[in-house]
Design a protein around this ligand. Sequence first.
Ligand code: SAM
Length: 295
Amino acid sequence: MQCWNSTSDLKKHVFNSLKKAHISPSRYKGQNFLINANVVNFQINQANINQSDIVMEIGGGNGTLTLCLAKLAKKLYVIESDKRLVNYLEELMSSFSNVEILFGDAVKVPFPNFNKCVSNLPYQISSPITFKLLENQFDSAILMYQKEFAQRLIAKPGTKNYSRISVMIKLLASCKYLRTVKRGSYYPQPKIDSALVRIEPTKEKKVEDIKDFEIFNTVLFTLKKKLVLSALNGFLKRKAKKTTLHTHTILDSLPYAERRIFTLTLEEIIEIYSHLKKQTGEEVWQNIMYSRSTM
Ligand code: SAM
């Protein structure tokens, strides 16, 4: 679908809208607006919206994506935290009966039911919004991130970008890097490039308690360059002071003991996690993981 015919049409829309809404874009609010028609058309096409879709857009801004999505979807919810842009969007979209604009911080407002999400995210909320999204059931999300964040999402074990977020995303979703978007595609131009990513939640439940696993994974990745055994030995010894923990027994037969943490796959981390949880027992595990200092 060719939603915007040309970049010059889109630029006119962006500059007029900012003038009309009395907006001088704020970096602090993540207000970088897309001015490249090819990028917008690409993002909309990737979302593959049809007349049965209920779509959520986070950070509607001046309506560049909103105008396209409203024509394609059965229902469109748009969340925007800048009241001036909410007012602007309400006027811009007034002829569409399938659009609802929600005013508020997308990290805090309850999400409506949706099956697709399309957003040029305000970058400062990339991480909390991604995890909030993944608490919901949906088909797919086509999201714009800062390029470095996108690289962390898809990073493979053993590479420099591999982090706790790479592991958590792998646990909860499949993630595909679609394309890099150069900084010049925005007004005002940000300091770094962006990237479009497709996220699809996985149906399979790989661990029973996701929050518990997330805490363990965070503990591991604060020591990501260390060997598994030495990192966990140090961690458990510090915790042993407050419990009746027998560190030796627990670490005996620890899987992947001699590997560096940042080389472990999700499945290997789950194995280590399950082993430790089983060896310590539920009560001691709670003590170790949830006592005041996690490290
Ligand atoms: N959709 C437009 C586009 O594609 O050009 C604007 C995207 S701009 C990167 C991000 C938008 O999110 C801005 O309009 C900004 O006001 C809004 N925003 C910033 N923080 C937000 C938050 N916490 N919740 C909802 N919207 C937010």
